[in-house]
Design a protein around this ligand. Sequence first.
Ligand code: 2RA
Length: 341
Amino acid sequence: MGYRVAVVGATGNVGREMLAILAEREFPMDEVAAVASSRSHGSEVELGDTGKMLKCKNIEHFDWSGWDIALFACGSEATKIHAPKAAAAGCVVIDNSSLYRMDPDVPLIVPEVNPDAIDGYTKKNIIANPNCSTAQMVVALKPLHDAATIKRVVVSTYQSVSGAGKAGMDELFEQSRAIFVGDPVEPRKFTKQIAFNVIPHIDDFMDDGSTKEEWKMVVETKKILDPKVKVQATCVRVPVFVGHSEAISIEFEKEISAKEAQDILREAPGLMLVDKREDEGYVTPVECAGDGATYISRVREDPTVDSGLVLWCVSDNLRKGAALNAVQIAELLGRRHLKKG
Ligand code: 2RA
């Protein structure tokens, strides 16, 4: 016996990945529904590459009764309206938007990092999925925190345009083409030209001069990993289609060498260490796209602090940063709470 699972926002970048990952990981499902806004009414999406086509159901008329799990990937506005309805009908919502992440009654889960926190989901029947840039970073930080206690993290991100949805990917493609053929370049989704450029601005500006994307990395890391860890983030959009990269400087309470860190990271769940200190001995976003692992390269000691390391962290933002993490949460929920069969 399997679950009845709804994927909400099924036609978007993350929704499609959720369907693909449910199929790839053979998540036990008796029924799967592709749910979308009225704009996608009548369209079809494939369940991964199984050949099984799902006709999109209109979220406005969707009856939540009898559904076990809903993976939401439809943005905060629609989530605000529909997630409470699903939750009230007894369907556990796993939400990819930022709406519930900092709600004290909603667990914010990365299964490799804080699986036990999932037990609090019953307060609202909702579990939050973190921001993509936070998810990959905390997977990398967790085993190092366990070994040497992290005091402070300084991170610069290099975030791909798929983090801004299909419109972001289309804009990079169209601007690159326009530049080659001499057409004018018009920013729409992004605030400045993204093709052949980098933009130090993701999400809205806040009063202190940081952006909301940077704030999310600070507060979500504290909620998932440890409230005592200090985080300073600079988030940058780069002209890469898929895969977020991060340069992370970490200051520790205890001594830890680069060699010790490499040995720990090599064995840690969800991580792949590729760190050869030679040409091609590191991972870039192009190689990690379509993959579930978070890749770590360039581990080295930071001589400017008493105990510090610097490393390079790359992951597919649509997978570990969104869809894969959501499906892993569903698997964890199944193992601990919603047992079937
Ligand atoms: C971005 N973090 O890359 C966002 C997506 N969740 O824009």
